[in-house]
Design a protein around this ligand. Sequence first.
Ligand code: ADP
Ligand code: ZN
Length: 757
Amino acid sequence: MAERRATSAPISEREDPADRPAGLGDPAQPRRLRVLLPLPLSGAFSYSVPPGLELSPGDIVTVPLGRRDVVGVAWDSAPEEDGVPVGKLKPVVARLDLPPLPDAHRRFIDWVAGYSLAPPGAVLRMSLSSPGALTPPKPVRRVLHSGRPPLDCLKLTPARRRALAAAEDGFARSQAELARTAGVGVGVVKGLIEAGALDEVEIVPRLGIGEPNWQHQGPALSPDQASAAADLRAKVDSGFSVTLLDGVTGSGKTEVYFEAVAAALAAQRQVLVLLPEIALSAQWLERFAARFGTPPVAWHSDLKSSARQLTWRAVADGRARVVVGARSALFLPYPELGLIVVDEEHEAAFKQEDGVIYHARDMAVVRAHLGDFPIVLASATPSLESLVNVQTDKYSELRLPNRHGGAELPQVELIDLRRDPPRRDPEIGTSWLSPPLLQALEETLQSGAQALLYLNRRGYAPLTLCRACGHRFECPSCSAWLVEHRFLGRLVCHHCGYGMRVPEACPACGEVEALTPIGPGVERLAEEVSARFPAARTQIMSSDSLQGPADAAELIRRIQAHELDIVIGTQLAAKGHHFPLLTLVGVIDADLGLKGGDLRAGERTYHLLHQVAGRAGRAERPGRVLIQTYDPDHPVMQALVEGDRDRFLALEAEQRQIGGWPPFGRLAALILSAPDPDVVDQAARLVARSAPTLPGLRVLGPAEAPLAVLRGRHRRRFLIKARRDLPLQRLLRRWLTGLDLPNSVRLATDIDPYSFW
Ligand code: ADP
Ligand code: ZN
């Protein structure tokens, strides 16, 4: 199948080739054409199509722009009345030999641009995210076994024999690769080429892709799982639908949606699986490979540019049948997309916060709608947005209420830090572990099981203070404290990356040895754990301790192989991993995420703590979760103890409904920023003066952003709250276009904001 697809132009989504708009008008006359360029500030431009050039919408072309030729996409035929006579338009230079952007994909780009108020060119740029993908890959030289004996003059030394033996498998390798495989010098390989025993050939590189085998059997499903799987399978190839797959952690959601993946593959459709954090997905990739006999095609920001290029092409020409990726994978040009799965759909990581600001889950639903195929949203803790869509019958729902194999959900207990505070130990110093948690740790280690201590704070301490003069270390270009990273010996800004060495003396008063860390981060917690449990094998799991997917996979392997006893993790450790020996989860500071004025603080804290609690007792051994809090009566804590998610979310929903907050009302944020605080204030006043006034719309602000300075730019925020039935984008566009802001002022629009700093 791969071969057939690679050579023929793919059919754009379910369209009959005969239905594709033929060329644009009479080929004997120059015609007008709008071409969208992948430029951050642009809409489509008009060009003329010279006679003889056959172009259809979606074709990838080169056009002149200024003095350069740039790549763009034929968008639509331009209306006559756009001013410039066709004879005056610059002509399209050429059509590139690439599959056209599918129709549904172009409509998707326009839709996202319209919704997010981003220029269409900026959205197109995400789709052509690999500039090199558009130029044909350069042929490379490879060596192959020639099948002929070497010329007589060449003596078959052991090294030469090894090189020939290594080439016997028929794979084409570079000279260096073959030499490395055989453990010989490159000179040996060169000698064999000269003697005719190896052939040198030029080949065009392609992504090596296995064909997922949908006929491969999955595990026998439980009755619940089987009926959910049957429902999803029936939805494949039956038009647009959204299904929320709501099942407790460990209930087999992945096994169930794999059935839908198999059905889509059987129907000759491409599949996209979006995961919040592809770097942490080694276990998922392994499971996929076990189920379908080959790994999926992965798309993420760590791909090297050559791999990006090959992957983009493999998606565009339809060879890549299953793509797994983070949010940006949504913008690849799938010609035959027929199913999207968004796993952990509640995750905030799906929200892209800079450039084109969008929520990948919500845009994925739009993509499925435009492509007329099903989408599955999976979570153990669905977002309020999705649950409300189920209640209003926009989405259908499948529930998996039980863990697979009867594993019990862990028992959750609160530790009231007002009653049971951690005790300072003369040897160890300040402590973050309360007596009940310490005791539970002790018991867990004695029983030969593992524990996870969860603290969502990187580094050693979030604040460093001078005991002599009270000086606090602050980032010079952000309004944020510097976080000590003791392992690196540095104070670091988590917002802009600024860092400095931890000084010997206070820079304000000169006092030596007076700098004191305030509060814990994972490094400081690890220090205490190592001091108290010196025999336990302890390891930190945070984005600082893991440099990439390979590191993460190795750490997960070590935990599973019981090479570690205590893992101290940030939210990286909370995500879908399966650790059979992990029976205790201790949450160090459950109140951390509840501070600040975030609309979703309660919901998000609930999600995170529920997810991290779900790491405990995934196999035969029952799990226990201890949550340290100063606020045990908080509805989030009560919901966790009672395991009553639905009541908590109902309460949360009720409050949002009363206040008109999302998902019951609509929200947008405007963020103005400039290096000069006076300039940004002036600009904010200008924006405020032209704000629309109408019933059902409230403009809050301008206000200094909670993070008032970021990377040297002063920030002011507006929040726009609108009734659901108001055309929010149209109102914003009318308000914001034509505003005469100074060049130094940036204005970012965030529709459906998730972050409020
Ligand atoms: P979820 O995605 O809901 O957290 P998973 O699909 O990861 O759940 O399933 C949890 C564990 O149970 C996995 O190790 C999975 O392989 C196993 N599992 C789930 N369903 C079955 C089944 N029907 N047969 C065998 N193993 C299963
Ligand atoms: Zn900073």
